[in-house]
Design a protein around this ligand. Structure first.
Ligand SMILES: Nc1ncnc2c1ncn2[C@@H]1O[C@H](COP(=O)(O)OP(=O)(O)O)[C@@H](O)[C@H]1O
Ligand SMILES: O=C(OP(=O)(O)O)[C@H](O)COP(=O)(O)O
Length: 402
């Protein structure tokens, strides 16, 4: 797999006074009051930044947050400044933008050992388009590049890929190295039976991954918003649940592929439905899962599914989990996610390798107080799944070879 090639690292480079563009994945969950609900990704980014600061470098820190379309205040990185400053023990300077004159001025004024946090790179559509001119502008304020954004390494964007064309050296940070070392090792030769649990709401970006997962795993458990596209593909009633209409054919063919490969594909047998997408929604268990009444939406897997999933997971030796089983942010719809988290913690204690990936999945495990009970907590959900598929990660491929 292309991502196995060893990438350049910071090593003993002379960093004194150098301006280092650090791409981190600071895409943390925020509540309605813009409060950080899980800071795992911020904490995971600290060792690289601290190392650079100790070497006398100036750090220009960049990230995306969410999936904004243009400049959107609720996706600003400003709410992260106090936590970052606290963890680093210094005052992080917030830039009003990620490119332009003001950013150039702030970068030029940065003292050795200072940190400038750029505003959300996705406020520009050029970021996701990997526009070379935009990448050049990002690069123009720095001398070298460090990519520590493992969670975004599967995206060929300007700040993860394009920028490397303009900055040398371009190397991996400590988090990136740690994730690659662990995940490549664990998934290249997984102890079997090997199970994947896929849920969450990013259906269109994760449903494609399932095809390749079917070639690797013995058991595939589906939950979260993923399942309704599968039910609808079978002509079943899904009410107002999340459905990706253009993925119905793919869902049908995935069910066939699972059968032909002898993979145990488990869809929930029951779901918890709600009359609206809200914490105080009216809710009830719908059994079978495939008879969701009109006007209702599935927001969690039900108790019968939890039992079936538990029996299957009990037979495994390696489990990778990405995507919550339900809308765990609302207490009423957190039971499925909590049950998986608890069981994986128990299985880890019995010698099963458990890997949890993804911003929200990790947040759910943290909320349950079980993060330190898992074999590996990965800061990337989509990225760890793509790594598992054997796909090259563009953000890694673009870095210098060791
Ligand atoms: N049935 C569902 N309908 C809508 N959203 C869901 C459902 N189940 C889970 N979700 C949402 O999925 C989100 C996480 O999805 P995703 O980003 O794919 O996971 P991760 O960040 O772990 O990779 C959570 O905010 C959760 O509320
Ligand atoms: O949260 C992320 O991915 P994840 O939900 O798969 O862990 C990363 O920050 C990438 O975000 P994206 O899927 O909007 O490109």
């Amino acid at each position: 797999m292309a991502t196995k090639r060893s990438v350049g690292t910071l090593g003993e480079a002379d960093l004194k006074g150098k301006k280092v563009f650090v791409r981190a994945d600071l895409n943390v969950p925020l509540d309605d009051a813009q409060k950080i609900t899980d800071d795992t990704r911020i904490r995971a980014s600290i060792p690289t930044i601290k190392y650079l600061l100790e070497k006398g470098a100036k750090v220009i820190l960049a990230s995306h947050l969410g999936r904004p379309k243009g400049v959107t205040p609720k996706f600003s990185l400003k709410p992260l400044v106090p936590r970052l400053s606290e963890l680093l023990g210094l005052e992080v300077v917030m830039a009003p933008d990620c490119i332009g004159e003001e950013v150039e001025k702030l970068a030029a004024a940065l003292p050795d050992g200072g940190v400038l946090l750029l505003e959300n790179v996705r406020f520009y559509k050029e970021e996701e388009k990997n526009d070379p001119e935009f990448a050049k502008k990002l690069a123009s304020v720095a001398d070298l590049y460090v990519n520590d954004a493992f969670g975004t390494a599967h995206r060929a964007h300007a700040s993860t890929e394009g920028v490397t064309k303009f900055l040398r050296p371009s190397v991996a940070g400590f988090l990136m190295q740690k994730e690659l070392d662990y995940l490549v090792g664990a998934v290249a030769n997984p102890k079997k039976p090997f199970a994947a649990i896929v849920g969450g709401s990013k259906v269109s970006s994760k449903i494609g991954v399932i095809e390749s997962l079917l070639a690797k795993v013995d058991i595939l458990i589906l939950g979260g918003g993923m399942i309704f596209t599968f039910y609808k593909a079978q002509g079943l009633a899904v009410g107002k649940s999340l459905v990706e209409e253009d993925k119905l054919e793919l869902a049908t063919s995935l069910i066939e592929t699972a059968k032909s490969k002898g993979v145990k594909l488990l869809l929930p047998t029951d779901v918890v439905v709600a009359d609206k997408f809200a914490a105080d929604a009216e809710s009830k268990v719908c059994f079978p899962a495939t008879a969701i009444p009109d006007g209702w939406m599935g927001l969690d897997v039900g108790p019968d599914s939890i039992k079936t999933f538990a029996e299957a997971l009990d037979t495994t030796k390696t489990v990778i989990w990405n995507g919550p089983m339900g809308v765990f942010e609302f207490e009423k719809f957190a039971a499925g996610t909590d049950a998986i988290a608890k069981q994986l913690a128990e299985l880890t204690g019995k010698g099963v390798t458990t890997i949890i990936g993804g911003g929200d999945s990790v947040a759910a495990v943290e909320k349950a107080g079980l993060a330190d009970k898992m074999s590996h907590i990965s800061t990337g959900g989509g990225a760890s799944l793509e790594l598992l598929e054997g796909k090259p990660l563009p953000g890694v491929l673009a870095l210098d070879e060791a």
